[in-house]
Write a protein that binds this ligand. Sequence first.
Ligand SMILES: Cc1cc2nc3c(=O)[nH]c(=O)nc-3n(C[C@H](O)[C@H](O)[C@H](O)COP(=O)(O)OP(=O)(O)OC[C@H]3O[C@@H](n4cnc5c(N)ncnc54)[C@H](O)[C@@H]3O)c2cc1C
Length: 385
Amino acid sequence: MTTSAFDIAILGAGPVGRVLALMLAREAPDPARIALVQGAAPGAVPPAAADPRVLAMNQGSRVLLESLHAWPERSADIRHIHVSQRGRLGRTLIQAADFGVPQLGSVVPYAGLHAHLEARVAASGVTVLSGPPARIDVQDADGIEIVQGDSRLRCRVAVQSDGAGAPDVRREYGQHAVLATVRAALPRPGWAWERFTPEGPLALLPHPQQADACSVVWCSAPARAAELAGLDDAAFSRALTEAFGDRLGRLHALAPRHVFPLALSARRAQVQGRTVAIGNAAQTLHPVAGQGLNLGLRDAARLAQALAPWLLAPQASPAPALDEFAGARQFDRYLTAGITDLMPRVFATRLAPVEHACGLALLALDLSAGLRAPLARHLLQGFRA
Ligand SMILES: Cc1cc2nc3c(=O)[nH]c(=O)nc-3n(C[C@H](O)[C@H](O)[C@H](O)COP(=O)(O)OP(=O)(O)OC[C@H]3O[C@@H](n4cnc5c(N)ncnc54)[C@H](O)[C@@H]3O)c2cc1C
């Protein structure tokens, strides 16, 4: 068994781990002393390069990724977001013009983002260690030992960015997400739609690679999701058009469909000794409102900021930097997890008074910019301490 030593080891090379690696590489006197440990979770399907997810990125995430030269060349802007409830009155429209910005966000393919980040990391000087799934073995007062296959590495700080979530807080939504691509008879470029149905939220986003298409994230009970995924294209198109309504005319399914199980899982504490969890490893959220990666990128950016001074003298204890990080991130994590946990549950109660109240809330949000702006601003920009 070989052993190597690093200042920081990042376990998990998804978008959050890679962004952290790039940000730390800019601060570190010797980027090679940062290890990015790349390996798939046991049985992980699909691989990152073929991941079918599309991701709605807010403006803050876009600025961050552009500053790292990692923004994919193909993306679709969101200039209008329409939120409604199936079968009930009330809707809210959020427009880029309300905020004086050119777009509210942009949609990128997970696989395209992964490819860009992979190329940037390869050029960054960070040590990339590829192999089987890695795990933390021992943590003592001075450091941490990580095992990956036949290799063992020692580091002063270990960052868990393996997307694996945690059992501290867990909620099963009884929902799976069906991902699909559809073409609309009446396309409206720049529009994103979030429609709450009793089965679960249904989102249509501008497709990042096909101007006249939409990416669909349709949440429903697991059995219904399996049924939807197994329909032929014509039957799926009919079911989707019926659930979404006629705002885009008839919808035609284009591509294979994929199913993702959904659950909330979160750690109460991001930091334990010299170990810190970020991104989905710290909190895996329901995809409603497209917040998971945006939140994870804010974790990565804040952690890099906190660790930058320590990287100049890594013999010192990292505890003050990690404590500062944990304190700074708490409010944003709780608020974002709270909003994305509440939304899919409250709209799916199937209780008429609650559904009416939700409709009124959407109406109130639509009528009052004063109510709409703070919620929209949080979802579009997030909280940065
Ligand atoms: C259907 C759906 C739609 C979504 N839409 C949006 C959206 O619009 N906007 C948004 O912001 N977020 C969205 N999300 C959430 C977003 O995909 C995640 O928040 C994001 O991918 C988290 O990134 P991560 O790097 O933390 O974890 P991951 O993307 O899960 O990456 C973790 C990496 O670590 C690797 N790994 C796992 N175990 C190990 C191990 N033991 N050793 C080494 N490596 C390991 C994995 O193979 C993987 O490459 C969506 C999620 C879903 C399911």
